[in-house]
Structures are given as C-alpha cells and as structure tokens.
Write a protein that binds this ligand. Structure first.
Ligand SMILES: *Cc1c(COP(=O)(O)O)cnc(C)c1O
Length: 286
C-alpha cells in the first residue's frame, strides 16, 4: 500500500482486512494527496459542476497522452460510447458489429441508438474481435465496427481499419480498459475514428465515475461537445435544434483525473510488472 494515501488509508486498510484470505482484487485505485489538494481547490473555487478549469485541463492532458487532436470528457465510459455512436448518426436501420466477449456496456451503448449490436467471435489468442468474422458478418446495413481492447490488449486494428476503409465504416474503439496500450507506438484511442475510455474505480486511472472520447475529427468532436451539453450550441445558448444529453464530467471528478494523469505512466509500468509476473509463474501451463 502506498504511504502517500492520506485520509483514504483507513478505508482501504479496512477493505484489505475484511477481504477473504487469498482474495486478489482486479485493481486498487491509488488516490494521493495531490488529488485531495485539487479536489479541495475545486470545492473552494465554487466551480463544482462542469465549467471549472480542471475539466479542460484533464481533456488537454488526455489528448496529449493519446496523441489526438480532441479529447471530450463524459460522465462515464458507457455515455462516451453512446455519444460517439449518436454523433455519427447511427440509429434505427443501421447495424454495429461488436465482439461477443466484452463488458455488457459495449453492446448496450449500441442498443441505445436503436441499431442492433451484431455479435462476432473473438480471436482465441488475444480475446479481441476477430477480423475474419467481422468480414463474414458485414451487411448492407453495417455502419460501424467496435473493436474492444479487452483487458488492455489492443485489437488487430490494422485488419479492422482495412475492412472499414473498404466498406466505408466508422471504427469506434472501446478502450475503456486500455489507457496507454499501443500498437507500434500509437496508443489506443488514436487507432480508429474515435475511442472511448472509462475512469471507473477499477480502470487504469479513475475519477470515481467518468469517461473520455478521443478523436482527430474536428466536426465529430464539436458535435459531441454540443450534444453532451443538452445539444446547446456554444454560440446560441438555450437554443436547441435537436435532442441532446447531459453527459458532462464534473470539475470535482476532473480534479481527480488531472492528479491521476501525473502518475499514469507509473500505474501502467506497475501493471506491466504484474503481467510479466503472471507470465513467469504460469509459464509451465499449456
Ligand atoms: C468499464 C467498461 C465500460 C463502461 O465504462 P463505465 O465507465 O463503467 O460506464 C465499457 N466497456 C468496457 C470494455 C469496460 O470495461
């Protein structure tokens, strides 16, 4: 346990003490004194909803981390996925291809749009979407494909992007578990049309609840920002041309996010250490 955890420590100690013998948690968030300081600053500033300075700062840090032009924060990873699909114009009459092995939110986000999630198999080795099965499942209604970088393992994006280019599909990365994962030095979130991340407590970095969308598409980013905020145009407030959503992240959550981004490389390095420990200790198993 990290000694820099201040008032969170008694709570975490209680959690560890009340755990069954041998219980291994999926993940334990590390919230340090910097996070406490930023949250306190946000509280004292009075900017607690979504207009405070930490929201923009968190988005800039995340865009830089993924090396994309735009990062759009959301209330969680599921709303991030839904906002992308909705902003792309996906709805009734369309189909979106998703892998059959994922957390349920991937398919739910598609279902919210009115388009059915169409399931395909995953690769036996990586547990990520099988491009051969994607190709077999394409129909005239297919508008998008959603590779999920499950457990931080990037899907075969070269193959998926090649299929998408041929068939004119959007590629929506579900990167909810894959902050910092990369293929040839290019990080997830920068490998499709847009990517969605989650900051739930058991993800690589957390804001309690929270999400982020990454994209290089200027129009899509502007449209998602507008739709996230009740479809309110920035230059014509309280004028709503379409139905929007409240999918905003709060300044309190973003304050935690900014503190987490300062340590994300360290968290990922630790995860890699643990992964190689499993590889070593399980090396004798078929
Ligand atoms: C966690 C997760 C989500 C949803 O994120 P929330 O922030 O919990 O809404 C979506 N897809 C995958 C693969 C996830 O692991």
């Amino acid at each position: 346990m990290n000694t820099t955890q201040l008032s969170f420590l008694p709570y975490l100690e209680h959690q560890v003490a009340s755990r069954p013998e041998g219980f291994i948690p999926v993940y334990e968030p590390v919230l340090d004194e910097v996070a406490e300081r930023y949250v306190l600053d946000a509280v004292q500033s009075g900017w607690i909803s979504s207009l405070g300075k930490y929201v923009g700062e968190f988005e800039s840090l995340f865009a830089e981390f993924c090396d994309v032009k735009h990062a759009v924060s959301t209330s969680n990873g599921t709303t991030a996925l839904h906002l992308i699909l909705h902003a792309m114009g996906i709805g009734r009459g369309d189909e979106v291809i998703v892998p059959s092995l994922s957390f349920v939110a991937s398919a739910n986000a598609v279902h919210y749009t009115g388009a059915p999630p169409v399931f395909v198999d995953v690769d036996a080795e990586t547990w990520t979407i099988d491009p051969v099965d994607v190709e077999r499942t394409l129909s005239p209604r297919t508008r998008a494909v959603m590779p999920v970088h499950l457990y931080g393992h990037p899907a075969d994006m070269d193959s998926i992007n090649a299929i998408a280019a041929t068939s004119d599909l959007f590629v929506v990365e579900d990167a909810a578990e894959a902050h910092g994962a990369a293929i040839d030095g290019r990080r997830t979130g920068a490998l499709g049309t847009a990517g969605a991340f989650s900051f739930f407590a058991n993800k690589v970095v957390t804001t309690g609840e929270g999400g982020m969308i990454t994209t290089d598409d200027d129009n899509l980013a502007a449209r998602m920002r507008m739709l996230r905020d009740h479809a309110m145009p920035p230059d014509k407030r309280y004028w709503h041309d379409e139905v929007g959503f409240n999918y905003r992240l709060t300044n309190l959550q973003a304050a935690v996010g900014v503190a987490q981004m300062a340590r994300i490389d360290e968290f990922i390095a630790r995860k890699r250490q643990i992964a190689s420990l499993y590889d070593t200790l399980l090396a004798d198993l078929p």
